[in-house]
Design a protein around this ligand. Structure first.
Ligand code: SF4
Length: 327
């Protein structure tokens, strides 16, 4: 591991100043991904800004939103009474992620900022445009079993690994950030980026900006929700495909729907057209199959991830059936 400077500010402004002063500074909170990346030489920050002393771990009401601080631990959020009552889909997604030990270290902000688990990204002997821009993409013609079927580019076909973020994009969350130019709010759907020509950039955070919280608006998605994660082993693995499904059903008619997928794109993949196709229809398997067809428009697989073209629509149908409690 390279030598680095370590600072532990107690004020938000000092943290932002410390970040803004050094282009190669990184925030550290739980460290569940960053420390691994540093040990393997994938990331080599010159400065770590430890934000654990900042008062950013509250879970509270703010008007018609639930506000979750960036430093709230994944395990704590998943068991929080307010979250379980108002946003059970988020609790399900959090509990599907990582292991209990990791959930008790990882923070909400860190979960959003975790890097892809593409093997080529982690192996510094292999080309990777995300790790080293311009070096090529080892996965494009390589072993791309875990990779994207939507929104990829010829520079990068990696997927975003977070489960929590799939639920948050489905629930229309907003990210609150603070930086050298002040505070701003970023709709969750715009927080993560597609790779395009700059796969090294995972998010739309500006230099020096710090995530302070996430707001989740109240919505009638408290009963018919389900987070389905398909993975290679049940105990602890990243999603091959995951689906966050939330339905508002009245008299067996779908009044409103939210749908997003994980494990299929460089960002949590919101399925807006499929959601629209569900509204006004009866909550039946037939309706869900039609929505899955809409959701899969434009999907394209690589040599080793062809199976996702079948797994993804089947997972959508299964998640919607479970959410709607359709046998
Ligand atoms: Fe790197 Fe992205 Fe290619 Fe993986 S898919 S090797 S992360 S550029």
């Amino acid at each position: 591991m390279n030598q680095f400077q370590y600072v532990r500010p107690t004020k938000q402004k000092a943290a932002i100043d410390a970040l803004a002063k050094d282009a190669n500074a990184q925030i550290i909170a739980g460290g569940t991904n960053l420390i691994d990346l540093m040990k393997r030489g994938v990331m080599a920050p010159q400065k770590l800004v430890d934000i654990n002393k900042l008062p950013l771990n509250k879970i509270e009401r703010d008007g018609s939103n639930t506000r979750i601080g960036a430093l709230a631990l994944n395990g704590v959020v998943a068991e929080d009474k307010l979250v379980l009552e108002k946003h059970p889909l988020l609790a399900q997604a959090l509990n599907a992620g990582a292991s209990a030990q990791l959930r008790n270290m990882a923070t909400v902000g860190g979960n959003m900022l975790q890097r892809t688990r593409c093997h080529y990204f982690y192996d510094t002997a292999l080309p990777c445009n995300k790790r080293e821009p311009g070096s090529g993409c080892g996965a494009l013609e390589g072993f791309n079993r875990m990779h994207a079927i939507f929104g990829f580019s010829d520079k990068c076909i990696a997927v975003h690994p977070s489960d929590m973020s799939v639920a948050l994009v489905a629930l229309d969350a907003t990210v609150l950030v603070s930086g050298p130019k002040g505070d701003r709010r970023i709709p969750f759907i715009d927080f993560h980026r597609l790779p395009g020509d700059t796969p090294q950039k995972d998010t739309n955070l500006e230099p020096g900006e710090l995530i302070t919280a996430v707001d989740i608006p109240d919505a009638p998605f408290t009963k018919n929700v389900h987070y389905l994660k398909v993975r290679e082993r049940a105990s602890y693995a990243f999603a091959l495909v995951s689906v966050a499904a939330a339905l508002n059903i009245e008299n067996n008619t779908i009044k409103d729907a939210r749908l997003a997928m994980g494990g299929v794109a460089h960002k949590p993949w919101r399925l807006t057209e499929a959601e629209k196709s569900l509204v006004g229809k009866p909550a039946t398997e037939e309706t869900f199959r039609q929505a899955a067809e809409v959701a899969m428009r434009g999907a394209k697989a690589f040599k080793y991830n062809q199976y996702k073209l079948k797994l993804a629509p089947n997972s959508i149908v299964q998640a919607l059936k479970t959410a709607a409690a359709v046998a």
